[in-house]
Ligand binder design. Structure first.
Ligand SMILES: Nc1ncnc2c1ncn2[C@@H]1O[C@H](COP(=O)(O)OP(=O)(O)OP(=O)(O)O)[C@@H](O)[C@H]1O
Length: 274
């Protein structure tokens, strides 16, 4: 269980990116984070593993308040949090297998990581993970020889190699085509369900979020302005999150007489999600 309370982040520039954010993510829940550019989504994800230092507030993962621990303890605690990034962050010249094993670096002694000698059980688990993400045939290929979708699969396997208790996922499909995006989102959510792993997924694509998330939190100006099931996203709630916009591509001329605008928006969002 992750519990964030009164989290505020003001950057040195004076920009307040998060204001009093309070939310809890229970075991096994897959939560989508949406909101306009600059709403604070990346800042929130990065505060949780302290890539960005929170200004105030609490971030409890189980018994530990991640917001206040010192750097040595933070290194240990970061093992509990798997990260999946938009830009994959693979080591290009290393093989797929070596990239997955790098997820274990926080666990092996320094001399082992230096010589890249991993225990046999780590290697066996890495093969299992590569099999799970559909890349077993590519294990010995260099990362730079893979497609974007394959690279993200390596990123997923690497995060899981850590045996995390929480997954933080920052725009995992932003560089991928619509079909590959769907496949990657399906893979992440299936694995989270299998492993009862909670996840926070920063996602720009609202239909994709609606299709795959169990819960959606909408940020606007650093504050939580929506926190509900995806079915509650409609024209009115989308306007609260993103601001005034015509959400229905088929408005007026195509809408059946008497159809409420929110219903029409729902229908178009659902259609887009199929
Ligand atoms: N390193 C930084 N220094 C100063 N201000 C920053 C920094 N990073 C982000 N900000 C500011 O914090 C606010 C939130 O930014 P953040 O990147 O978290 O938003 P976001 O919702 O992830 O946006 P996007 O969807 O465009 O990635 C913005 O006003 C941004 O300008």
């Amino acid at each position: 269980m992750l519990e964030i309370s009164d989290l505020t982040k003001t950057y040195a520039t004076g920009d307040t990116a998060l204001s009093d954010v309070t939310l809890a993510v229970p075991q096994g829940q897959i939560m989508g984070l949406i909101g306009p550019s600059g709403a604070g989504k990346s800042t929130l994800i990065r505060c949780i593993n302290r890539l960005v230092e929170p200004t105030s507030g609490r971030i409890r993962l189980g018994d530990v308040d991640l917001a206040i621990i010192g750097h040595r303890e933070l290194r240990r605690q970061r093992r509990r949090i798997g990260m999946i990034f938009q830009e994959y962050s693979l080591v290009e010249r290393l093989t797929v297998m070596e990239n997955v094993l790098s997820g274990r670096l926080g666990y092996v002694p320094f001399w082992r990581s230096f010589t890249r000698r991993f225990p046999p059980e780590d290697i066996q688990r890495a093969y299992q993970l590569l099999d799970r993400v559909g890349l077993i045939e590519q294990a010995d290929k260099r990362a730079d020889a893979l497609s974007g979708g394959q690279r993200q699969r390596v990123g997923i396997a690497r995060a899981l190699a850590q045996q995390p208790e929480l997954l933080l996922v920052d725009e995992p499909t932003a560089s991928l085509d619509p079909r590959t995006s769907r496949q990657i989102m399906r893979l992440i959510t299936e694995i989270c369900t299998e492993q009862h792993l909670p996840a926070i997924i920063n996602i720009h694509d609202v239909p994709l979020a609606q299709q795959f998330m169990q819960r959606i939190v909408g940020l606007h100006g650093g504050r939580v302005v929506f926190d509900d099931v995806p079915a509650k996203l409609n024209e009115s709630t989308l306007t609260t999150i993103y601001g005034e916009e015509d959400w229905n591509p088929n408005r007026e001329e195509d809408a059946p007489a008497g159809a409420g605008s929110a219903q029409a928006a729902d229908a178009s969002i659902e259609a887009a999600a199929r």
